[in-house]
Design a protein around this ligand. Sequence first.
Ligand code: CO
Length: 133
Amino acid sequence: MQPRLNHIALAVPDLAVAVRDWSRIPGVAISPPEDLPEHGIRLVFVTLANCRLELMEPLGENSPVAGFLARNPRGGLHHLSLEVPDLGDALQDLAGKGIAPLAPPRPGAHGTPVAFLHPRHFTGALVELEETT
Ligand code: CO
């Protein structure tokens, strides 16, 4: 089965500014901010007709997004999230191809398990695999 694109995530230095900027696009809907302390981010989702954007700013001291923003002060493309029906099966398949996740699977923004794959395997793009519900 072909994976679906679940969302495109942008790291932003200031979530309020990002919400203001993106809300200028006619027709978009933006969710209220949500804190994910275990991921070190505060985020909103920008709903488009066929996909969502995840806008995320660092939350807390050791946010994984902080390093990205140090290298990209204006923010930018952080990761692509692809849906898989079974994350364990997908990771087992990838392991056979020499690709390991950056960390063991854990609950993501929607409570379903997610895992991240290093950009070196995918032409410079950080890939998030998200198990569909
Ligand atoms: Co994501």
